[in-house]
Each structure stands twice: as C-alpha cells, then as structure tokens.
Design a protein around this ligand. Structure first.
Ligand code: CMP
Length: 301
C-alpha cells in the first residue's frame, strides 16, 4: 500500500483527458474486494446509474491508498483528481468550516468534482487512519468516453440503415447521430398515441414495442405488429406535423430505448444537406445533357 503523507492529499491533474487511447491500468484485487467496491458504487446516488460494465472497469482500475488520522484528504475548492471508496476508517465532511456529516466503510466520496467537472464541493478530513481505494479523473473519464463512443458507433449503425439517412455523407451522419436524443420508456408506456400531433421521429434502439391501431375514435385499438431494434416510425413528422396513425407502446420488461429526432433539428442538419445533394445531382445531370446536345462529336447516332 502506498503511504500518503502530504497535507492536502491530491495530486492535481490540470490536463483534461481528451486522449481516448489512454491505457487503462488494472490493479489486482480479490473477488471479495471487487464486490465490495461494486456495491459501494451501486449505493452511491450519483454513480449507481452507470452501466455495470463501466462500474466493473472503474473497480478494476481502483488502486489502494492510505491516509493517517487528521490528514486533509480533500480541500473544498480544489480542482480534485481522485474518486475514493472507504474500506476502513472514518472521515468527516465539512463545508465552509461547518461539519456536515461523517463517512464510513463502503461509501464513495470525492465523486462530484470528477463527475460534474467542478471544484471540490466540500473538505474531507480523516478522523482515523483510513484504508481507501481510488481511481483518477483521467481513467474515470476515459472509461466514460470509451462507453460513450461505443454507444455512438452503435447508434450510427442503426441510423445508417434507415432509408431517410442512407445516402448521407459520413460527416453529416456524424452530426446527425449527435442530434438524436436517447429516450427510455418503461414497459407499457405510450411512445406515441394515435390521433396526437407530433414532430418527432423514432428509431427503436433497444427492446420491443407494439403497434396498436383503432379504426375510429370510438373503437378499441387492436394489435397490429411489433417493432424491433433498428425499426423506425414517425417519418412523416420530419416533413410536417404528423397526426400519429397508430399507438406505439413499449412492450418489453426491460423497457424500450428509442433514438428520437425532432423536425427542427432534422431540417437544420439533414434536409439542408439532402437539398444540396439534390442540387448537385441535377447540376451533374444538366452538365451531362448539355454535353450531349451541344457536343456533336459525342453523339452516338
Ligand atoms: P467532491 O465535491 O468531489 O469532493 C468533496 C466530496 O464530499 C463530494 O465530492 C462528496 O463526495 C462529498 N460531499 C459533499 N457534500 C456532501 C454532503 N452534504 N454529505 C455527504 N457528502 C458530501
């Protein structure tokens, strides 16, 4: 274990992690320790919603460190570089010199400055000798970014396979993928409702949804079919306000995730590009035809 003797504990990391090629350094630990660290993260309000594979990568990269009684582990207002999990010992959290609470084993601290890119929101002092685990900002952000990039390329594949977007240049597609919002629906939730007005287009990214349809306002909607990952609906809403022609209802115990694009964003990015492509095509066609008509030599008659 590394002995830390500094008064303020943190090696300040000024360089923001933009380098995605960072090599993640795993630190050996027992399965029991891994479970302990995983559970600590799952019990933290700000980190519990991270994907489990992200949590396990963070756990793998955590390294042990110690602080002696009375060490100031975190100073309010500092830039901050580490997220900690307490294994043994007790720390005191204070803000503006007022003690807020104490933190013991199995708890995460120092996560806020790293998650929200802000300065330390409170000071943390060791009330006893402490055994801690820590992960640095650069590693933490690289794990977040790696997961983000994997998700982005998955979304890109889905979008590329939709007819509306199939002929777009890579750089435009790249803008489009960032414009889509990812929205999660719980099982049974209405994603769109028949008869309602809408200006959004949807691609199913995860889970299944069912289409139901009523023949009139007074009839009960009946099952039509299921929509699976990669299928889309609401295309008409990208051109003008759509009166939804059916209901789409999340039908998956794990919920449904959709990629959602609104007409305004579609117009700004995609429609402009499509009309440019069309203009280019008609110019090419016109040029070709002009050559044909005026270029006597090229006539093949
Ligand atoms: P961070 O802001 O990075 O550094 C100080 C840490 O103190 C903070 O993350 C939280 O982990 C913790 N903290 C801040 N405010 C409170 C609070 N009111 N109760 C418990 N912990 C806190």
């Amino acid at each position: 274990r590394t002995k830390r003797t500094a008064i303020s504990a943190e090696p300040v990391q000024h360089k923001k992690s933009k380098d995605l090629r960072i090599v993640l350094q795993a630190c050996d630990k027992s399965d029991r320790t891994k479970e302990f660290l995983r559970d600590a993260i799952l019990n933290n309000d700000f980190m519990k919603n991270l994907a489990l594979d992200q949590i396990m990568l963070i756990v793998d990269c955590m390294h042990p460190l110690e602080h002696t009684k009375d060490n100031l582990i975190i100073i309010e207002g500092d830039v901050g570089n580490l997220v900690y999990i307490m294994e043994e010992g007790m720390v005191e959290v204070s803000k503006n010199k007022k003690v807020l609470t104490t933190i013991g084993p199995g708890r995460v601290f120092g996560e806020l400055a790293i998650l929200y890119n802000c300065t330390r929101t409170a000071s943390i002092k060791a009330l006893s000798n402490c055994k801690l685990w820590a992960v640095d900002r650069q590693t933490f952000q690289a794990i977040m970014m790696r997961a983000g990039m994997e998700k982005r390329s998955e979304h890109l594949e889905l979008i590329k396979n939709i007819k509306t977007f199939e002929n777009l240049r890579e750089d435009i597609l790249s803008k489009v993928v960032d414009t889509f919002d990812e929205v999660r629906y719980t099982n049974g939730a209405y994603i769109i409702r028949q008869g309602a007005k809408g200006d959004t287009f949807y691609i199913v990214a995860k889970g299944r949804a069912q289409i139901t349809k009523a023949s009139s306002k007074w009839d009960t909607p009946i099952y039509d079919r299921h929509l699976e990952r990669g299928e889309s609906f609401g295309e008409a809403a990208l051109q003008s306000e759509e009166t939804r022609p059916f209901n789409v209802i999340a039908d998956d115990p794990n919920g449904v995730t959709c990629l959602v694009l609104d007409r305004q964003s579609y117009r700004e990015i995609v429609a402009d590009e499509l009309s440019r492509l069309r203009r280019e095509e008609s110019c090419k066609y016109a040029r070709k035809n002009t050559t044909f008509i005026s270029g006597e030599d090229e006539r093949d008659l």
